[in-house]
Design a protein around this ligand. Structure first.
Ligand SMILES: [Zn+2]
Length: 299
């Protein structure tokens, strides 16, 4: 992949790929024969040079969205413009690599999250040399987690680590947490395993042996499908929701017959509040921004 002009389309990047002067000439380096098999031995200097190039890159994955290259490029230009423009590379497995000019720039963007595109949360992780999108990326997710009303005695770096470690592997505490400038909650990035269920509170024991429950708030919680073994949806929950809807459809007309001409609670939409209440049973169970009114209702 080559450095590109972000204004071009993804396919457009390769228009000139076939031009001979744009490639590079290659020579021959013989492989080694080890116990009858050909083995390619890489050179440390060569690989380290390449690793150096990508150390300041983030893997970017948008959950539940196939964000087009142009869209991602525009998003980065508009939202991550506090640092010099990074290179954006698309991988056909569905993720991007965004390569910053400095590690400091990468951290600045990483720690200012979380981000989302079209309501699809964006997962960001620093690139590592043996990065494997499918094997590791989508099983260990970095999530922003808040610990509301954390006791002031628990704000030392190590205590924060102890508390966060009950959920996963702590990665980073935001500036307000590190400097204790915002004392209503501590906020950290914690890498969690997607297969484990996320707690809403954890039990903490103070040095005197007294325990207390510490609340945990996830700024975004992933959905995990145990059937498909992937994040982004939950087949089982979707099935349950469907069944619930069907059940509601079937029970609603019977309920109406049972209680004819009775005083019932009905959701009245806000726009209709000036008109006389003429709501029908159809509106029952639908959520509106209006107030609940007691109305006489004909069955
Ligand atoms: Zn599924």
């Amino acid at each position: 992949m080559k450095q590109q002009d972000p204004a071009t389309t993804w396919t457009g990047l390769f228009n000139r790929n076939r031009v001979a002067t744009n490639g590079m000439s290659l020579d021959y380096i013989p492989s080694e024969l080890v116990e009858g098999s050909i083995i390619v031995k890489l050179d440390k200097g060569e690989t380290e040079k390449e690793i150096d190039k990508w150390k300041s890159a983030l893997i970017v994955y948008v959950v539940g969205d196939t964000t087009r290259y142009n869209y991602m490029s525009k998003y980065v230009q508009q939202n991550w413009n506090t640092v010099s423009e990074p290179g954006i590379y698309y991988h056909e497995e569905g993720y991007y690599i965004v390569k910053f000019q400095r590690i400091a720039y990468m951290n600045e963007i990483l720690y200012a999250g979380p981000y989302s595109i079209n309501n699809g949360p964006m997962i960001l992780k620093q690139w590592i040399p043996d990065f494997d999108f499918n094997a590791e990326f989508l099983t260990e997710l970095p999530l922003w987690v808040k610990f509301p009303n954390l006791l002031m005695s628990c704000w030392s770096r190590d205590s924060l680590i102890r508390i966060a470690s009950a959920i996963g592997v702590p990665k980073y505490a935001d500036e307000c947490t590190a400097k204790q400038t915002r004392i209503s909650f501590a906020r950290m990035i914690i890498e969690v395993n997607v297969i484990k269920s996320l707690p809403s509170e954890i039990t903490v024991m103070d040095p005197s042996g007294k325990t207390f429950q510490q609340g945990v708030i996830f700024e975004w919680k992933h959905e995990y499908c145990e059937q498909c073994l992937m994040i982004g949806h939950n087949c089982d929950k979707q099935r349950r929701d469907r069944l619930k809807k069907e059940e509601q459809k079937q029970t609603r007309p019977i309920e109406r017959k049972k209680r004819p001409q009775k005083l019932v609670s009905t959701w009245v939409p806000k726009v209709d509040t000036h008109k006389p209440a003429t709501s029908t049973g159809d509106q029952q169970g639908t959520s509106y921004a209006g107030a609940t009114k007691q109305t006489q209702q004909e069955a």
